[in-house]
Ligand binder design. Structure first.
Ligand code: FAD
Length: 457
């Protein structure tokens, strides 16, 4: 048995930060990783997908080059080189992290599957480690639903997509949410036929209807087929291809393609961690129950990142690490409830989101004013030839708080921060209204949009 001050399980987005801060404070820390350093974001999530989104953007721009007065000849995408570029960017991050952690003072890195033996003991390989503080950062993986025929159907997930170095002739994407849409648009731009199958009545069902509709139109304009209300999805082999029955109540009853990507959600990596031996409570879907400061049901054990169900993003996981460190080392009682919802969808154009949707505002009963502006009325978007989408913002009609915003348009993922930071500052919307922004940018129209507020329907 080797004794440590702290054990960190997983090198996702929270684990390395927590490790570095605790080790920096002089604690002896054991860090355990069973697979690739950096976890989902670095190896099969944000970094590789956004690298591929960049390749897809280049392909799109090359295909549209003539519109800008530039002749480039026929465009051909070399998927082997797309993958090689993606692998290299991912590798830089993974290797850099592994090297940093491997040389960190007061930190011992273990490779292997961690399992709880008790509330203070964890086994890895043949070894047993003991500590009074344990931090769980085990992340999640693609959820594979029990759809009829799935057992006999070869399918891809976000992880196995990372090995694809060829162009699927017809990619069927099951799941019309964030991951599915990013892959769908990207492979369409590489040259695949793409059909997105969604069980719900619209894409990205958590967004407001106008956002869902605009994203769908953007994808369809590029030739992505979208099948909604696909109630009973099942799979069968059909002449060397895969047929997905969709039972949409309209249109063809099945979609035939060469490859299937399942993008129907994620599940936490908590089923093989021996949580029961430590008495750590999980919810009905396997997410570790935590309080507002990320303490589990067992004193001395915290859960951070995707495995606690409080967020599903790199920034939420990293922020979990900051919250725990602030509480433990900085005498600063930071909480999960301090943070404001923020994320992006990396289709092109991207969607940047902050705060509540209009539907959430209505549910909250607050009286709101809304400003909205199409990207066709944003000079920078017109100049770039990227006028799809719109931006909108909702503010409290009574106290001036900014309640939420959605920017679906060129640079939407960046522009949203000018709104998000004012929300964190708890300043009223009139602060942005009076600000002088730079011309020509997308951000310069945010104050203008705020001068055209009207009551929310
Ligand atoms: C395709 C895709 C695209 C995405 N794009 C974005 C994006 O653009 N922006 C964004 O913010 N988020 C994005 N995400 C989400 C983001 O990747 C995750 O929210 C984030 O990586 C979660 O990090 P984490 O710290 O919770 O855990 P993870 O990064 O999943 O890391 C967990 C680590 O724990 C290890 N581990 C698990 N169990 C054990 C065990 N028992 N013993 C030892 N080690 C173990 C795993 O090997 C892994 O390395 C994307 C996700 C996907 C799938």
């Amino acid at each position: 048995m080797t004794a440590y001050d702290a054990i960190v399980i997983g090198t996702g987005q929270a684990g390395p930060y927590v490790t570095s801060r605790l080790a920096g404070a002089g604690m002896k820390v054991a860090l355990i990783e069973r697979h690739a350093f950096g976890g989902t974001c670095v190896n099969t999530g944000c970094i590789p997908t956004k690298t591929m989104v960049a390749s897809a953007y280049a392909a799109r721009l090359a295909a549209c080059a003539a519109e800008y007065g530039v002749d480039v000849g026929p465009v051909r995408v070399d998927m082997k080189r797309v993958k090689a570029r993606k692998d290299e960017v991912s590798k830089q991050s993974r290797v850099g992290l592994e090297d940093w952690l491997g040389h960190m003072e007061n930190c011992t890195v273990y490779r292997g599957q961690a399992r709880f033996e008790s509330a203070q003991e964890v086994s890895v390989g043949g070894e047993r480690l003991q500590a009074g503080k344990i931090f769980i950062n085990v992340g999640g993986r693609a959820f594979v639903p029990e759809m009829p025929g799935i057992g006999e159907t070869p399918f891809l997930t976000n992880s196995s997509m990372m090995s694809v170095d060829f162009l699927p002739k017809h990619l069927i994407v099951v799941g019309g949410s964030y991951i599915g849409l990013e892959f769908g648009q990207m492979f369409r731009r590489f040259g695949s036929e793409v059909t997105i199958i969604e069980m719900g009545p619209r894409l990205i069902g958590r967004e407001d209807e106008d956002v869902s509709t605009a994203v769908r139109e953007i994808l369809e304009q590029e030739g992505v087929q979208v099948r909604l209300n696909a109630k009973c999805i099942s799979f069968a082999r059909r002449g060397g291809e895969i047929a997905a029955s969709v039972d949409c109540g309209g249109g063809a009853p099945f979609v035939q393609g060469t490859h299937v990507l399942l993008a129907v959600g994620r599940r936490p990596n908590t089923d093989d961690l021996g949580l029961d031996k430590a008495g750590i409570a999980v919810d009905e879907r396997g997410y570790i129950r935590v309080d507002d400061q990320l303490r589990t049901s067992v004193p001395g054990i915290w859960a951070l990142g995707d495995c606690n169900g409080k967020g599903a993003f790199t920034h939420t996981s990293y922020n979990d690490g900051e919250i725990v460190v602030a509480n433990l080392l900085e005498n600063d009682p930071r909480r999960v409830s301090d943070r404001i919802t923020a994320y992006a969808l990396y289709t092109d154009p991207p969607l940047g989101r902050a705060g509540m949707t209009e539907a959430e505002i209505r549910k909250s009963g607050r009286k709101a004013l809304v400003g909205k502006r199409p990207m066709t009325r944003v000079a920078r978007a017109v100049e770039k030839g990227e006028t799809q989408g719109f931006m909108k913002i909702a503010v409290d009609a009574e106290n001036g708080d900014i309640l939420g915003a959605a920017i679906l348009g060129t640079s939407g993922d960046e522009v949203i921060h000018s709104i998000l930071d004012v929300m964190y500052a708890k300043a009223p919307w009139t602060v942005i209204r009076r600000a002088m922004h730079i011309h020509p940018t997308v951000s310069e129209l945010v104050p203008t949009m705020l001068s055209e507020l009207r009551p929310m329907d």
